[in-house]
Design a binder for this molecule. Structure first.
Ligand code: SAM
Length: 324
C-alpha cells in the first residue's frame, strides 16, 4: 500500500529495488529514518518485530495516532476544514507551539521544577516532554493537514489546491490496520540502533541525503553522516543504507558493499522528462542473496532504473558492466 503522506526523500520509486536487496532472513525489521514510511507501507507486515522511527516528533506522533487513536484522529480531521491560507498559517503556528498550550503539561512541568531539585527535576521534565510528544491527536490532525495542503508536502508554503481531506479517510484506516503490530519510536538514530541491535536485526536507514540535510525540520549535520557510519560499523545485525551517489558517501562507506541504482527524479521530471537521480544502496551483507534464490524471470525487476553494479569484496570494489 501507499503511505498516508508524501514526504521529501520518500522512497516510493526505489522501494521495489530495496525489497529485492533485503537480507533473506531477519527477525526484527527497523526503519530508522521512517519519514513517510514508504518502504514499510509497501511491504506486507513482517511476522517478526517491526519498528518505525523518526526523530521528527510530529511525524512519530502522527503515526502513533493513526495506530492508536484512529477514531479520534478522524473526528478531529473532519472538524477542521482547511481550505485557505489563513487556516494554513494558523496550523503552522500551532505546530510551532506558538499557540499550543497544554495546561496540564505546563502545570506538571511547574510542579516538577518547584518540588524537585536538579538533576531529578530535569529527568522528570524530560519524561513529561517525551510523553507529550506522542498521542496528541490535535497536533497529529494539524500536522496531517499541513502536509496534505502544503506545496510539495514541504510543510512550508500553501499548495493552493483545495480538496476534501475526508477523501483520505480510507487510507488512514488501511494504515491503522497496517501499523497494528508496528512499534512507533521517536528517537535519534544512534540510541535507536543501540536499543534494537541483535544478531538477527535488519536496519533499513534512509538518512537525509548528503548536502540536502536542510530539507528536514530535524537538524542533521555533516558529522551525523559520520556518526551514522560509525554506529552501523559496530552492529551485530544487518543494515542497508540509501544515499545520493557522491564521492563523500562512497568514501565514507568504502568498507561495505555499494550498489549504484537510479530512479526517476520526481521534481526534475516535471520540467525535464526522463530525468534520473543516481543513488546508492550500501549494506554490510550480500545484497544479491535474495535475488540469487529467486527464479530467473525475477531479474526483470532489474530492468528498472539499473545502471551498473559495484560488487563488494571485502575492502576491494570492482565495477561490473551494466546488467542486460
Ligand atoms: C530521507 S527522509 C526518510 C524518507 C522515508 N524513507 C520515506 O520513504 O518517506 C529522512 C528522515 O530522517 C529523519 N531524521 C533526521 N535526523 C534524524 C535522526 N537524528 N534520527 C532519526 N531520524 C532522523 C527526518 O525527520 C526525515 O524524516
Amino acid at each position: 500500500m501507499n503511505s498516508i503522506i508524501s514526504w521529501v526523500g520518500g522512497k516510493k520509486a526505489l522501494r521495489d529495488l530495496i525489497y529485492l536487496r533485503m537480507p533473506k532472513n531477519y527477525d526484527r525489521y527497523i526503519e530508522v529514518f521512517g519519514g513517510g514510511g514508504w518502504v514499510l507501507f509497501g511491504k506486507p507486515p513482517d511476522k517478526c518485530m517491526e519498528v518505525y522511527n523518526d526523530f521528527n516528533s510530529n511525524l512519530a506522533n502522527l503515526f502513533y495516532c493513526v495506530k492508536e487513536r484512529p477514531m479520534a484522529l478522524l473526528r478531529e480531521l473532519s472538524f477542521l476544514p482547511l481550505n485557505s491560507r489563513d487556516e494554513f498559517t494558523t496550523l503552522r503556528k500551532f505546530l510551532a507551539m506558538e499557540e499550543f498550550k497544554s495546561e496540564h503539561l505546563a502545570e506538571e512541568l511547574e510542579i516538577a521544577t518547584h518540588f524537585l531539585k536538579e538533576p531529578e527535576a530535569a529527568e522528570i521534565r524530560d519524561i513529561l516532554m517525551e510523553r507529550a510528544a506522542v498521542g496528541d491527536v490535535k497536533r497529529a490532525a494539524a500536522f496531517y493537514k499541513i502536509i496534505r495542503y502544503s506545496y510539495g508536502s514541504g510543510c512550508t508554503s500553501y499548495g493552493c489546491q483545495p480538496f476534501d481531506i475526508r477523501k483520505t479517510f480510507t487510507i488512514i484506516w488501511e494504515a491503522n490496520r497496517r501499523l497494528k503490530d508496528t512499534v512507533i519510536e521517536n528517537k535519534d538514530f544512534e540510541a535507536l540502533i543501540r536499543q534494537y541491535d541483535r544478531p538477527n536485526a535488519f536496519f533499513y536507514c534512509d538518512p537525509p541525503y548528503f548536502e540536502t540535510e536542510g530539507h528536514y525540520e530535524v537538524v542533521f549535520r555533516k558529522e551525523d553522516h559520520v556518526r551514522l557510519r560509525d554506529t552501523l560499523k559496530g552492529i551485530q545485525g544487518k543494515f542497508m543504507v540509501s544515499y545520493n551517489d557522491c564521492a563523500y558517501i562512497r568514501e565514507l562507506y568504502q568498507d561495505f558493499q555499494i550498489e549504484a541504482v537510479t530512479r526517476i527524479n520526481n521534481l526534475a521530471q516535471r520540467y525535464d522528462n526522463g530525468s534520473e537521480f543516481p543513488e546508492v544502496l550500501i549494506a554490510n551483507y550480500d545484497m544479491e542473496e535474495r535475488k540469487k534464490s529467486m527464479p530467473m524471470q525475477m531479474n526483470l525487476f532489474e530492468l528498472y532504473g539499473e545502471q551498473k553494479t559495484v560488487r563488494w569484496r571485502g575492502k576491494e570494489t570492482e565495477e561490473e558492466p551494466q546488467d542486460t
